[in-house]
Design a binder for this molecule. Structure first.
Ligand code: ZN
Length: 378
């Protein structure tokens, strides 16, 4: 059987340079109308029993070159279980070595979360009696922007993910969050729903997801730089979500992402917004401390530099929502690599750990929700 590489499927991204013997040279394609790239997802057929050397040649020019250091690629036969494989990075080239057991094998930057899986998630959630489904509008490629509302108490909680489509861990997190929020036998869920109404956008960037983008939508726009002034033409996804937020208000918000370089889970907040308030910050800190107590997968030592007073970037959703609504808002970052404090040699950071982290985030919200309610009522 001839060795062959393909990526013409939902979320796929790779360009074949050359196949020579058992060596396959590849390049990652840029996002449409953008220079960003780092997400890859492709299939190799005809490689069963062969000692393959997969080389991605253009990694030095990727969005986050530091992301390749100590990174291990993901491989799957059934597209359910994604194992890490022998990977090295040198001279701008990422080399993955594997002898597949099958003539059909899939490789990805992280366990993919395809639009087909997204539709299954939304379809199963939408059939739940207490949940209202609505499309907030259409994307540039003509996909629906799916929104789920779980009506409950007066506090307005927004959970939204995957502004950056290559950060598939964000939607694995969503799967865990939605599963727990729909479990009526869960006492934490019961309490949260007495206190709050949940507004959920499981995937902010369907077009980038299907196109196999790292960071942008169909127009090459980075959605998390649009929140100060979203436009119908360049960033309808943000335009529609922010319009809905303006109707409901926002008390607490989580924007879920993945980070290429840092091998840890961490939060980024809204320090540096013009209207920054001590109690607003104290609630962010209380959530963060509650999450540390809830799971060893979360920590506060590693993360981004905190912006100086007045230096927040209001084009990013977390800062914009904190400023616009006085919300306790945060960006959750999960690793592409692993949680180095609690590493998994077989899977690295994985879909299962994303789902579990989402459950812990709901525990942390439960721990602080009365304080958030009191702050918002004041
Ligand atoms: Zn991101």
């Amino acid at each position: 059987m001839t060795l062959s590489v393909s990526s013409a499927f939902d979320g796929g991204n790779i360009r074949l340079v050359v196949i020579e013997g058992d060596r396959i040279d590849l390049e990652i394609a840029k996002d449409q109308s953008s220079d960003f790239y780092q997400w890859f997802y492709f299939r190799v057929t005809g490689g069963g029993g062969r000692a393959l050397e997969l080389r991605i040649l253009n990694c030095a020019g990727a969005a986050y070159p530091h992301g390749w250091e100590h990174y291990r690629g993901c491989m799957s036969y059934d597209r359910e279980e994604w194992e890490r494989i022998d990977t090295s990075y040198a001279g701008g080239v990422l080399t993955m070595k594997v002898t597949p057991a099958s003539d059909s094998v899939w490789f990805a930057y992280f366990a993919p979360y395809t639009m087909e899986r997204h539709h299954e998630l939304v379809a199963s959630a939408a059939s739940y009696p207490g949940l209202a489904y609505r499309s907030l509008g259409k994307t540039l490629d003509g996909q629906e922007l799916d929104y789920l509302e779980l009506a409950g108490g007066p506090l307005q909680v927004w959970l939204y993910a995957r502004q950056h489509p290559g950060e598939t861990m964000a939607e694995w997190w969503m799967e865990g969050a939605i599963e727990r929020l729909l479990d009526e036998s869960d006492p934490v869920t019961k309490r949260l729903r007495e206190k709050a109404t949940f507004h959920i956008v499981p995937n902010m960037n369907p077009d980038g997801s299907r196109r196999g983008h790292l960071r942008t939508n169909a127009a090459g726009t980075n959605l998390n730089r649009e929140w100060h002034a979203p436009s119908f033409k360049k960033s309808p996804e943000v335009f529609h979500v922010l319009a809905e937020m303006d109707k409901t208000g926002v008390d607490f918000a989580m924007d879920v992402h993945g980070d290429e370089a840092i091998a840890a889970n961490f939060l980024a907040g809204f320090e540096g917004i013009p209207s920054h308030k001590p109690e607003q910050q104290a609630l962010f800190d209380a959530f963060s401390e509650a999450l540390v107590r809830a799971t060893p997968d979360f920590q506060t030592a590693k993360g981004y530099d905190i912006p100086a007073p007045g230096k927040a970037n209001l084009s990013m959703s977390t800062a914009q929502l904190a400023e616009r609504f006085g919300a306790v808002s945060m960006t959750l970052e999960m690793p592409f690599k692993d949680n180095d404090d609690l590493p998994d040699p077989v899977y690295g950071w994985s879909p299962e750990r994303c789902r579990l982290l989402a459950r812990s985030c709901l525990d942390a919200l439960h721990a602080v929700i009365d304080r958030v309610a009191a702050y918002r009522a004041a």
